[in-house]
Write a protein that binds this ligand. Structure first.
Ligand code: ADP
Ligand code: MG
Length: 682
């Protein structure tokens, strides 16, 4: 391994114990950490030609002083102005609050100044300046800018990293195999690190970055591949033994024919379940593509094989709904199902826990509490997680810690652009359902202003008159779920007044589990015509008779959220509609509304969402499990990521990868690093 890896950062001249503490907050404790702390941008001190600069730009120009300086004072403030001949232009240069400059700005002196350019006045507001007769003019035309805060200043960081390079750059050794270096014409590691901190020019900086990004992504992909290989080697998963006939019979008992996508998914999943390897599969499918029934088939196969299954969902409402639909499917087969959520307490909860441990319960449906805490299964064979993107926790490691090693199936309706999928779920096998149940009509989406509300209400009445149902979604008001609820309550009252002859329901997060369940049941059964709700119904809710989705203040939602909400309709044979009521002020807001009316394809939508928001925000908060890269950027380094993925597969697939000396540095780096939180390689 590279020597500098274990050297404490205090070995760098100028790093005191106090500074060491400060650096710790940056994640820097060794010399290696410091050397790999790269600038996030560079300041460009290239001397520019005046005919190629733009107004308002920060520029560096070179010229000769041709006037005596004029000093103006306003109280404590001051301003020194001098004229400089730059090429054939007479430029006025101004230093604010540096009256002492007056002595230095003598006529005939050659000067280089950096500052903000005012095109109209041919004037530059000087930030820094240098004189030719003071020795060498600035050589480093690109200055690194590091992310700093607290007591660590930009200058200190620059100086310290330069010092660390001086002392330790000789110990930086190559980690990439020579063959890959040649194939992609990569800069040697030492040179690349040096160039990132102090590039001679933009081109050198670019090449250095390319090299380090490749290294970072290759290592990341190697980790994922190594992890998968390890999983294969272990072969300590559950080998389900359900027969084809059993599964086929169950599929025949369903009220509809499976789509091709569903059939493909079932085939993949059953193959995984039968093998002794631990299944680790992600099932992707747009809203309404019919993932629930696929998971039901998998759960059925698990029970037929003598195991227990669990279905984990993000909300209680969804848990209740799945409970109801699975009961319908499974009860004729004598399968026992139970529900476990935060609102199942006391005696009931005790019974469920006992039933699980005794093996009297075959399938458990619930929120994420069901794989944690004091829940123990007799023979857990399969865990399905619906709407996976809502969970941040690494379920596999939780399960392993409990001494269980079931097959794991994750389902998500948030279509993840391919590159993000490789990053976030790179250690998983992925199946996508690309079709939809036959007979579905595209949902018609309209974007209207608030003043159109009256007409929208007319629309509701028409749909209800035809026997259909509608949702009206009220948005989050800032971060306060209290205001949020109040708003829904107000809208509910308004709607009751607007539709005295209709049954208008209300659903929000502050209702008790029983109240929520009651509201959902009333809507499911069709006795409620219009359901006023907060976003608690965003994911998973399935009422095929509802055909109209109205989203109030739609500009307050993100694209994927709007798409999820829209996915609550269009689940049956009737034509469905989505109405976005919004007066967005920002361009991005307008763009979101336009995209919604233009496409119903979740994959396209998420790709455009990614472009609008950037990858960091794609999954919302930090819970995503997306790894953080030092340099690589998921939006712009797509191609490198894919290449690195291929190369990693090739390397790991080699018979002698783990025994060849040339790959030692890679082995060492792999062993040192953790894969994801809690998932150690060995
Ligand atoms: P999602 O993938 O969004 O979770 P669901 O599993 O909730 O979708 O399915 C959406 C609706 O389509 C449900 O009402 C379900 O019963 C129905 N459905 C699922 N598969 C089929 C199919 N092959 N043919 C007809 N309807 C189906
Ligand atoms: Mg679903």
């Amino acid at each position: 391994m590279i020597d500098y890896n274990s050297i404490p950062v205090t070995m760098v001249k100028g790093v005191s114990a106090a500074k060491q503490q400060e650096l710790h907050a940056f994640g820097i404790s060794t010399v290696a950490d410091l050397l790999l702390y790269f600038p996030y941008r560079y300041e460009d001190f290239h001397v520019r030609r005046l005919d190629e600069v733009k107004d308002g730009e920060k520029i560096t120009i070179e010229g000769r002083i041709v006037s005596t300086p004029v000093v103006q004072r306003f109280g404590k403030k001051s301003k020194v102005t001098v004229r400089i001949m730059v090429e054939e232009w007479l430029v006025s240069a101004t230093w604010f609050n540096r009256p002492y400059m007056r002595e230095q700005l003598t006529q005939g002196r050659d000067v280089v100044v950096t500052g903000k350019w005012d095109q109209r006045r041919l004037q530059i507001t000087v930030a820094t300046s240098e004189f030719a007769d003071r020795g060498a003019m600035r050589k480093d035309t690109l200055q690194p800018v590091y992310s700093v805060r607290g007591k660590i200043t930009q200058n200190w960081m620059r100086k310290t990293i330069a010092q660390a390079m001086l002392q330790f750059s000789e110990t930086i050794s190559e980690v990439l195999p020579a063959e890959l270096m040649r194939r992609y014409r990569l800069m040697p590691r030492k040179q690349a690190i040096a160039a990132l901190h102090n590039p001679q020019d933009a081109q050198a900086g670019k090449q250095a970055r390319r090299r380090m990004v490749y290294e970072e992504l290759l290592l990341f992909q190697l980790k994922l591949h190594a992890f998968r290989a390890l999983n294969r080697e272990r072969a300590d998963g559950v080998a389900h033994e359900a027969s084809n006939t059993q599964v086929k019979e169950f599929v025949r008992s369903l009220p509809f024919e499976l789509t091709d996508g569903q059939k493909g998914a079932v085939t993949d999943i059953l193959a995984d379940m039968r093998s002794p390897y631990c299944m680790n599969r992600l099932l992707q499918g747009d809203v309404g593509s019919g993932k629930t029934v696929v998971s039901a088939i998998a759960l059925y196969a698990s029970v037929c094989s003598g195991y227990q299954g669990a279905l984990m969902v993000p909300t209680e409402i969804l848990a209740e709904q799945h409970m109801r639909s699975l009961m319908k499917l499974f009860e004729p087969h004598g399968i026992q199902i139970a529900l476990l959520t935060g609102s199942v307490t006391g005696r009931k909860r005790k019974d469920v826990l006992a039933g699980l441990q005794m093996g009297a319960i075959d399938i458990l449906v619930g929120t994420h509490a069901l794989i944690q805490e004091d829940v123990f299964f007799k023979r857990l064979g399969l865990v399905v997680t619906d709407e996976q993107h809502r969970f941040g926790v690494n379920q596999r490691s939780i399960l392993r810690r409990k001494g269980m090693n079931p097959d794991v199936l994750l389902m998500t309706a948030t279509p993840i652009p391919r590159t993000l999928a490789i990053t976030a779920f790179g250690d998983m096998d992925v199946t996508s359902i690309k079709d939809r149940p036959a007979g579905r009509k595209p949902i018609k989406t309209y974007w209207v202003k608030h003043e159109m509300l009256e007409r929208v209400l007319g629309f509701i009445r028409r749909e209800v008159d035809q026997g259909r149902q509608a949702y009206m979604i009220c948005p989050l008001i800032e971060e306060s779920d209290k205001l949020d609820v109040q708003n829904a309550i107000d809208v509910h009252v308004q709607m009751q007044q607007a539709f005295p002859n209709l049954s208008v329901g209300l659903l929000h997060g502050r209702m008790s589990a029983a109240e929520k369940d009651e509201a959902m049941r009333a809507f499911s059964s069709g006795s409620t015509h219009l359901l006023v709700s907060t976003t608690v119904i965003e994911v998973g809710v399935d009422v095929p008779n509802s055909t109209l989705m109205i989203i109030m203040d739609a500009e307050r939602f993100g694209l994927s959220q709007l798409h999820q909400l829209r996915g609550r309709v269009g689940r049956g044979e009737h034509q469905s509609y989505c109405v976005l009521i919004a007066d967005p002020k920002s361009e991005v807001g307008k763009e979101r509304m336009r995209i919604m009316t233009e496409t119903e394809d979740g994959f396209e939508l998420s790709q455009r969402d990614l472009e609008l928001r950037g990858p960091g925000d794609f999954f919302g908060t930090k819970q995503s499990g997306l790894p953080e890269f030092k340099l690589a950027d998921m939006a712009s380094d797509f191609a490198v990521l894919e290449q690195a993925r291929e190369d990693a597969a090739e390397l790991i697939g080699m018979e002698n990868f783990w025994t060849t000396a040339e790959y030692r540095p890679l082995h060492d780096m792999l062993k040192q690093e953790q894969l994801f939180q809690g998932e150690l390689l060995d």
